[in-house]
Design a protein around this ligand. Structure first.
Ligand code: ZN
Length: 152
């Protein structure tokens, strides 16, 4: 998924790391002639790239970012009783991660492009919902599940 650059830091090897709006980090190394990112070498260059987008493969892998803070949890839903909105394509807001957990039964979790994956979640399994990713759920028979929301 394309994610905006919101800041930078240096890693232990003094390479520049871009901080993305999804809370993932991505190296933006300048190692000519292999990797040329001259803009990382000056503060004005880095500032000029704030807000531009990088492809975040960690989001595409549904990888959970570090240091998220729990915000709220839905009630427990079942196959009959859950919000209509969850059946249709929908997404969380910018900066909000969801985590869907199945307590009992089976639940299909469908992610739209660019992730383009379907996961079959069993009891005890959780899956990440990256901010802004269109997705929907589909109960496979009797199921109990809930969703938690996290941000920074
Ligand atoms: Zn990401």
């Amino acid at each position: 998924m394309l994610r905006k650059i919101t800041g930078y830091h240096k890693d232990d090897a003094y390479d520049w790391v871009a901080e993305l709006e999804c809370y993932h980090n991505q190296h933006v190394r300048h190692r000519p002639p292999f990797q040329v990112r001259k803009w990382t070498q000056s503060e004005s260059g880095r500032d000029s790239m704030l807000g531009s987008e990088l492809e975040c493969v960690l989001c595409n892998d549904l990888a959970w970012p570090e240091a998220l803070v729990f915000k709220r949890r839905t009630p427990e839903f079942n196959q009959q009783d859950f919000p209509e909105g969850l059946k249709k394509d929908h997404s969380t807001k910018a900066g909000v991660w969801g985590r869907i957990t199945v307590v009992e039964g089976l639940l299909h979790y469908h992610c739209d492009a660019p992730v383009d994956r379907s996961l079959l979640l069993e009891a005890g399994m959780s899956a990440a919902i990256p901010p802004g990713l269109r997705h929907r759920v589909e109960p496979q028979g009797p199921v109990r599940f809930y969703v938690e929301f996290f941000a920074r």
